[in-house]
Write a protein that binds this ligand. Sequence first.
Ligand code: ATP
Ligand code: MG
Length: 571
Amino acid sequence: MFLRTLREDPAEAEVPSHRLLVRAGYIRRAAPGGYTWLPLGKRVLDKIVAIVHEEMAAIGGQEVHFPALLPREPYETSGRWTEYGNDIFRLRDRRGADFLLAPTHEELFTLLVKDLYSSYKDFPVILYQIQTKFRDEARPRAGLLRGREFLMKDAYSFDLSDDGLVESYRMHRDAYARIFDRLGLSYTIVSAMSGAMGGSASEEFLAEAEVGEDTYVGCTACDYAANTEAVTTPAPPAGDISAWPAMTAHDTPDTPTIETLVDLANAEKLGGRADWTAADTLKNVVLKVTRPAADPEVLVVGVPGDREVDMKRLEAALSPATVSLFEAEDFAKHPDLVRGYIGPQVLGSLKIRYLVDPRIVPGTAWLTGANEPGRHAVNVVCGRDFVPDGTIEAAEVRPGDPCPACGDGSLTMRRGIEIGHIFQLGRRYAEAFGLDALGPDATPIRVTMGSYGVGVSRLVAAIAEQHHDERGLAWPAAVAPADVHIVATGKGDQVDAAMKLGEELSARGVDVIVDDRAGISAGVKFTDAELIGVPTTIVVGRRLAEGYVELRRRGSDTREDVPVGQISAKL
Ligand code: ATP
Ligand code: MG
């Protein structure tokens, strides 16, 4: 076996799965965001792939395989050549024609079905592939968890009706649950935003893991679970605009933070009150929003001052546009925007778009900037002193926030790794490419699609995150690189006996690794076996002379002596 285990953690590995997969000899870094599969890793990957194939076949999915190197045109037609921005690898052939390394294949699947199918009798159909994808991720990290080249299963459903799409979606949802159950993962299905893809219903499968990049919320009372990006904020009822006195502006020296502003407002009884809190202030964040192939727009987002703006939520809300914060040089170009003292009162006349957190409803009054250096205004009433252009989910979600689904419970925060993503694309791609089927009465029916992804290579790391301890990996049986790891120790005929046992077990369909290395101590072999993490270890050692071998189960400290002749029956 081509294998070298390492004693030391690789310097670049920040998360347990990455550390252990490299140390135990499963993968090896070959490029930034690119990994070589070593024999052990390849076995695990292949087992996952086999399970994915089985469950896709069970819902009638048929496998195809596209090139990864694709011409620009289809992605130009869908708009994604530009929309993807810096996230895709673009290249040019010797004739000067543009190509890309596909990040995902909606365009090609749509074109393939359009190419070959034309009648209502041809539908529905489910096609999929397991293929290497390329994305120029801004932050490749954590080994297999976020690569720039990775293996994905992408499936697409084609239906003639919305009901058909709902059914195809449900079938994939069930198939995914079966796949992840078989892989021994604990996961949560959360409702998600569909981001750059466009579309309606969308859910993500998140494997529970502390190192996960996705934060999601659950409810203390009901089974609501959602990506933080998808959490909606319940709006309070609108209030009475006329209940408030007129807006007034005040000098507020030395108030660089919301806290100092609130202290001063209470000390000076601004607006006749001494009960100000950060939640009564309105924080306005100025942003530059860039849409593909358009000039940047200035946008101001208002959130209650006791909350930060969550950039991931903000970006998801504005996707596919990208956002950046206004910097000193941007403010220099916009002298009307007084940095640190921005209030929404002036935004209407400046023709700057203003979006607010859903808690900022008509009839609420705020302490906010007075648009003059060193001054703030009180009784700035929504619907009277300013009128937002809409709402936006950009404020951070906090534990204890009310559940948007049941209203009774409150939200708790968890972390996970996105292992699968299913969504109802609808007709976006069918429209872009004119994918129709001729109906029974010869009128064209526009096809509706779903798209369903599984991060196959990422799964290796996600499983490792959930199945390891301080000694190494501890694979679930379904994906372990072998069922049994036989360790031969001692100087006698143990190696021969270990090989013979290995052959016997192989003949009965058990997947076996035999450690027959000469000149390696028993201690090192045991350490390696635990690091590699095969579910069962058989030690062929001292007691062989009496006819016994020792059975060990990974993850348990019990050891059992079993007569050699009974081991295969026992397993
Ligand atoms: P993420 O939010 O993690 O970037 P995504 O929303 O971009 O994922 P999709 O486009 O839905 O992902 O791709 C389908 C699946 O492919 C994801 O659910 C994930 O498991 C996997 N995947 C996506 N990007 C990567 C990557 N850079 N490395 C490894 N797997 C990935
Ligand atoms: Mg992504």
